[in-house]
Write a protein that binds this ligand. Structure first.
Ligand code: HPA
Length: 272
């Protein structure tokens, strides 16, 4: 495993003019961010040694390098999900490669369904914490001591400092940034009304099929984590007998991209 990670990192390192400290895992709803990069360089996943194969058709499968708000960043454009049949090691792989490269900050983004009534379609929600009860235990199996501890403290998964910066940027730019607790759902089917009722009772504000495994691996290797989701559908609506449509969810995101870009640019400017 270490050898595979080293091979991937060495390949990426050779292609980059220098190594960024920040990576963004880009939800498919936020694709327009990539067009904002200057000095952009694209690396296909399929060219990176040992990089897992992703099966999603909507996935771009490109690792972008570029500059945004005067910060060099990487963008993982096309994420990995358990529901594709990938193993924990495959889902963890890119994040461990980033750590190996010298990245210290990860911004994880995703589309999500709103569960609590205060959330509306098109809202950006800052993730304060997550419910991992339905998530596969991504750290089970041999521990990779070079990255982190066997028993991981998850008391402070999401960086308080990054949340403060993000909220400040939102305020300055009049962005109505919501905050809440994120819940993982395995998918690929969406939740039943009973699932949503249960998640509500557990304290979840929003739900999707990503983020928690990535945040757990990022925490394990001591990255500073910021997570932001876009509410693309209101799940409470299943309680009112409306139906969920994947294409509609993707459409919502066009309008939210501008706001998201403003927020991310502001956050990057606020980082040291
Ligand atoms: N449920 C799970 N995953 C999602 C949803 C949802 O409602 N919306 C976007 N991703």
């Amino acid at each position: 495993m270490y050898k595979k990670i080293d091979e991937a990192s060495t390949y990426i390192k050779k292609l980059l003019p220098s190594i960024p400290q920040i990576v963004i895992i880009l939800g498919s709803c936020f694709g327009e961010l990539v067009d904002e990069l200057s000095d952009r360089l694209d690396i296909k996943y399929s060219d990176i040694p040992n990089f897992p194969k992703s099966s999603l058709l909507t996935n771009k499968r490109i690792l972008h390098y570029g500059t945004l708000s005067d910060k060099e960043i990487l963008i993982l454009n096309g994420r990995y999900h358990y529901y594709e049949g990938l193993s924990s090691e495959e889902i963890a792989f890119p994040i461990r490669v980033f750590k190996n490269l010298g990245i210290n900050t990860i911004i994880i983004t995703t589309a999500a369904g709103g569960i609590k009534d205060y959330l509306e379609i098109g809202d950006l929600m800052l993730v304060k914490d997550h419910i991992s009860l339905l998530a596969p235990p991504i750290l089970s199996g041999p521990n990779y001591d070079r990255f982190g501890p066997r028993f991981l403290d998850m008391s402070y998964t999401y960086s308080k400092e990054l949340q403060v910066i993000t909220k400040k940027v939102a305020k300055t730019n009049n962005i109505n940034l919501k905050e809440g607790i994120f819940a993982y759902y395995p998918g690929p089917n969406y939740e039943t009304p009973a699932d949503i009722k249960a998640l509500r009772i557990l304290g979840a504000d929003a739900v999707s099929m990503t983020l928690v495994p990535e945040a757990t691996i990022a925490k394990h290797c001591f990255l500073d984590i910021l997570a932001i989701c876009l509410i693309t559908n209101i799940n409470a609506s299943i309680l009112y007998k409306q139906h969920l449509d994947h294409d509609e969810m993707l459409e919502v995101s066009h309008e939210a991209n501008k706001t998201f870009i403003t927020l991310i640019k502001g956050v990057l400017s606020g980082l040291k």
